[in-house]
Design a protein around this ligand. Structure first.
Ligand SMILES: *Cc1c(COP(=O)(O)O)cnc(C)c1O
Length: 411
């Protein structure tokens, strides 16, 4: 702790400057609390971007990490292992899926899903059915294929020609989908709630419409549940609270509670189009990650835990409503379970980062989703005392930003 040879300043000297991390350096965590290298304490509503769903240093996960860590970390896909087989069975028992492919991240899970969809269309219908339909503001990862499918052009511009056969439509616009989805469409990929894009839930009728259009035109429906999955919305997967079942589901983030692991889940029929050697990975499905994920899935699939997610989500929405009564800074609070977005009013547009920084100063960590939305994605088992104390800190931070704005000469 507090190693004088490396500080936040060191980041600017030794790291590829792709990120702009906070001024403090986290050192240690327990549950929903984090301590930085100076010993300052924070209450964590960010959850490492919707990842640490069971909080930091969870005792049962530590036990698995130590036990599996002293047995076998990695063996390669020339062999299988017991943890990965148990994990696949667990995920398949909980979902529509019969088959799993494991990767190391959300992007890789989506890469596999998109490649599978292209392969299925190729084998069933020939070389022309390649079109992938995606939605504006969506986020599917940063590999070149997934970032091109994602709906934020600024992330895929300036890297040369993007893969062909990708179409972007407005989200929640069924008419646009009806006009576009057709015989050339091989897949539609959609987030049940757009996470990075601003915490925007899909209309149930929109998802139903996409399902019908896919069925009509022999296209596959892919749900990207990398952010909404593993209990985040109060359901193990968000699709389970809709009347729509996808053909392929991708999951990552909370799946390993911070240990990198992702998965693509699908049916027997579709999985049969991926034959030996058609796709692969070195680390995916390693016994260490799989053992941890197996325990995560066991703990989070508990109905009482999922009920607790809905209760905590309601508690956070109530806190945000109280703050809004005092300060009038939110135009809308939306989301489900513990994926919540609070959109700033016109007077505070573009200033989400200012609120984030002020919260850190007052000892609370949260997220933004674009320049106008504060995002909350804490541990699914966050103690209510932490939640309440965290909101006292957030209240002080908001008071400070609002006060400073009122005093500042108008721009
Ligand atoms: C975070 C995220 C991804 C990318 O996951 P990585 O692990 O960063 O590759 C993909 N899709 C959605 C919906 C996400 O939220």
């Amino acid at each position: 702790m507090n190693d004088p040879t490396v500080t936040r300043q060191t980041f600017d000297e030794v790291m590829v400057p792709l990120f702009s991390p906070a001024a403090f350096v986290p050192d240690r965590g327990a549950g929903s609390r984090i301590w930085d290298t100076q010993g300052r304490e924070y209450i964590d509503f960010a959850g490492g971007i919707a990842v640490t769903a069971l909080g930091h240093a969870h005792p049962e996960l530590l036990k698995v990490l130590h036990e599996q860590g002293s047995k076998l970390w990695h063996i390669g896909n020339g062999y299988t292992n017991e943890p990965v087989l148990r994990l696949a069975k667990r995920l398949e028992d909980l979902t529509f899926a019969d088959r799993a492919f494991f990767a190391n991240s959300g992007a890789e899970a989506n890469e596999a899903a998109l490649k599978l969809a292209r392969r299925v269309a190729f084998e069933r219908h020939g070389a022309d059915k390649v079109e992938i339909v995606s939605f504006a503001q969506s986020f599917h990862g940063r590999t070149f294929f997934t970032v091109s499918v994602g709906g934020q052009p600024k992330y895929s511009e300036g890297f040369g020609p993007v893969p062909a056969g990708i179409v972007h439509l407005p989200y929640n616009d069924l008419d646009a989908a009806r006009k576009t989805i057709g015989t050339k469409t091989c897949a539609v990929i959609v987030e049940p709630i757009q996470g990075e894009g601003g915490v925007i839930p899909a209309d149930p009728a929109f998802l139903r419409g996409l399902r019908e259009l896919c069925d009509q035109h022999g296209a596959l429906l892919i749900f990207d549940e990398v952010q909404t999955g593993v209990g985040r919305t109060g359901y193990f997967y968000a699709y389970q609270d809709t009347d729509v079942t996808p053909d392929i589901l991708t999951t990552a983030k909370a799946l390993g509670n911070g240990f990198p692991i992702g998965a693509m889940l699908t049916t027997n029929e579709l999985a049969a189009h991926f034959k030996v050697g058609v796709h692969g990975t070195t680390y995916g499905g390693n016994p260490l990650g799989a053992a941890i994920a197996e325990k995560v899935v066991e703990l989070i699939s508990d109905p009482d835990l999922l009920e607790g997610v809905r209760l905590r989500g309601d508690a956070i929405k109530a806190k945000l409503a109280q703050l809004n009564k005092r300060f009038g800074i939110f135009s809308e609070v939306r989301g489900k379970g513990l994926l919540i977005g609070a959109e700033l009013t016109d007077a505070y547009k573009g200033r989400a980062k200012d609120f984030l920084t002020a919260c850190a100063t007052h000892g609370a960590m949260l997220l933004i989703a674009g320049p106008d939305v504060l995002r909350f994605a804490p541990s699914l088992v966050m103690p209510l005392d932490d939640l309440n104390e965290g909101f006292e800190r957030i209240g002080k931070a908001i008071e400070e930003v609002v006060g400073a704005t009122a005093e500042a000469p108008s721009r």
